[in-house]
Design a binder for this molecule. Structure first.
Ligand code: HEC
Length: 134
């Protein structure tokens, strides 16, 4: 009898492990969805001033490669104001603060980036998207 019970235990462990794997596997598609939403938000709210093509600038700098880079250093962009000479490096935290309100970021009073994103989930989606831009 004890032997049979042990075998049953093993049978139950199999599906449980498979379920654990299924849960872990859904994490990546969820992040991809985030970036897809971010891309839509970008088109609607940012593309008027920013491109994602390296060195193609509009009123704002190209955002190609922006994640992980020092603020205010897009090659050949001459329109920086508040970010000029900044020592900030763009990561999840600094981008979140910038997008929440460029005017209160550092000494950003005179920035020409007038848009701000109040919704935390939208900022997270935008940041996921910015992270994909190489
Ligand atoms: C009205 C034009 C305008 C809009 C709309 C705009 N930006 Fe900007 N953005 C700028 C300008 C100008 C700068 C440079 C800021 C400065 O130095 O004062 C900038 C800078 C940035 C930077 C830092 C770039 C770097 O090289 O350090 C990021 C990131 C950024 N914007 C993201 C966004 C996102 C995301 C959106 C949409 C939610 C957005 N911007 C909408 C004009 C704009």
């Amino acid at each position: 009898m004890p032997r049979q019970r042990r075998r049953l235990g093993r049978l139950v462990a199999g599906p449980a492990a498979a379920f654990g794997f299924a849960v872990a596997a859904t994490v990546t598609p969820a992040r991809a969805d985030d970036a897809a939403l971010g891309a839509k938000l970008f088109q609607a709210q940012c593309a008027v001033c920013h491109t994602t093509i390296p060195e193609y600038h509009k009123e704002g700098p190209s955002l190609a490669g922006v994640y992980g880079r020092r603020a205010g250093t897009a090659p050949f962009f001459t329109g920086y104001k508040s970010l000029k000479g900044s020592s900030v490096v763009w990561n999840d935290q600094t981008l979140d603060a910038w997008l929440a309100d460029p005017r209160t970021f550092g000494d950003g009073k005179d920035t020409k980036m007038t848009v701000k994103i109040d919704d935390l989930a939208q900022r997270a989606a935008l940041i996921s998207y910015l992270r994909t831009l190489r």
